[in-house]
Design a protein around this ligand. Structure first.
Ligand SMILES: Nc1nc2c(ncn2[C@@H]2O[C@H](COP(=O)(O)OP(=O)(O)OP(=O)(O)O)[C@@H](O)[C@H]2O)c(=O)[nH]1
Length: 269
């Protein structure tokens, strides 16, 4: 039987909140200052208590308090604060990232999207959404095993990240489905990105137990339009376009109706 886990000290949550609020540098400085103030108070106490009897002993004790206790406590504070900061980073990562691929998870993507959406609407800038689905992914699991499927999803996510610009947001939307928000991107630009992604994944090859495994993706493209009242409308348009890409035989890009304001939907030849 495992020994019962001891409860964390009561001051730890308080310290954790302090590090979150002030950051590593400022909380280390504050704690070191407190340690120094404690050491000075201790040395004053020593001078008062021992000072009348032995002045040398009092001077030695107060020097030890100031010269030894302050750096030791300061160093300990720095270690503790860095450790708490690492832990916060780890927790943040768990809350916002997909555990397998490392890209954003669906929930965090939707949070980010709300922010990006209001910014695009406020400044009246173009924006687009891509919904990508790995074709016949079940076959990869069935033929090469689930671990190979996992490795393939990681490779796909990495390849997609390589294509995107810094402000673009990529997330794993579901099992073998990814979603991308492209701020300040017009419809033609979005289709260009989608086509480059499709082409890159088609050329991607995973070496698995001596065999070369490859997949293709279908991509649905939707552009932000005045009729879109919420982000859900944009996602819905991308979903409809993705469905069209699947219906057209997969490994292709399709754009939502109305993307070109009257012009026919994009077709890959
Ligand atoms: N290895 C692995 N497989 C997953 C993961 N998430 C979902 N899948 C699998 O992805 C497969 C998706 O299958 P389907 O929804 O039938 O779609 P598909 O085979 O890709 O076919 P189309 O989408 O129609 O082209 C299922 O077999 C799921 O088990 C995952 O994290 N790892």
């Amino acid at each position: 039987m495992l020994p019962p886990k001891s409860a964390p000290p009561v001051w730890l949550p308080w310290l954790s909140r302090l590090v979150l609020r002030l950051g590593v540098g400022r909380s280390t400085a504050l704690l070191t200052l407190l340690a120094w103030a404690g050491a000075v108070a201790l040395s004053q106490l020593a001078i008062t208590l021992i000072g009348q009897g032995d002045r040398w002993l009092a001077a030695l004790f107060s020097s030890i308090c100031c010269l030894v206790i302050t750096p030791v406590l300061g160093f300990a504070c720095m270690r503790l604060v860095s450790h708490l900061d690492l832990e916060h980073g780890h927790m943040r990562r768990l809350a916002t990232r997909d555990g397998l691929t490392g890209v954003y998870n669906r929930r965090h993507f939707l949070d980010l999207l709300e922010r990006e959406w209001s910014r695009a609407q406020r400044y009246d800038t173009a924006a687009a959404m891509l919904l990508l689905d790995v074709d016949h992914f079940k076959n990869i699991n069935d033929q090469f095993g689930h671990l190979c499927g996992d490795a393939m999803l990681k490779a796909v996510a990495e390849a997609l990240l390589d294509i995107l610009r810094q402000p673009d947001v990529l997330a794993r939307f579901g099992g073998e489905e990814f979603i991308v928000f492209l701020p300040q991107t017009d419809p033609l630009g979005a289709i260009d990105v989608a086509e480059r992604m499709r082409d890159c994944i088609e050329r991607l090859s995973l070496d698995w137990e001596g065999k070369s495994v490859s997949v293709t993706i279908s991509v649905g493209v939707a552009a932000m339009r005045p009729e879109h009242v919420t982000v859900d409308h944009l996602i819905h348009d991308a979903d409809v376009a993705l469905y069209a890409a699947k219906a057209a035989g997969r490994n292709c890009v399709r754009a939502g109706d109305g993307l070109f304001a009257g012009k026919p939907s994009y077709q890959r030849t």
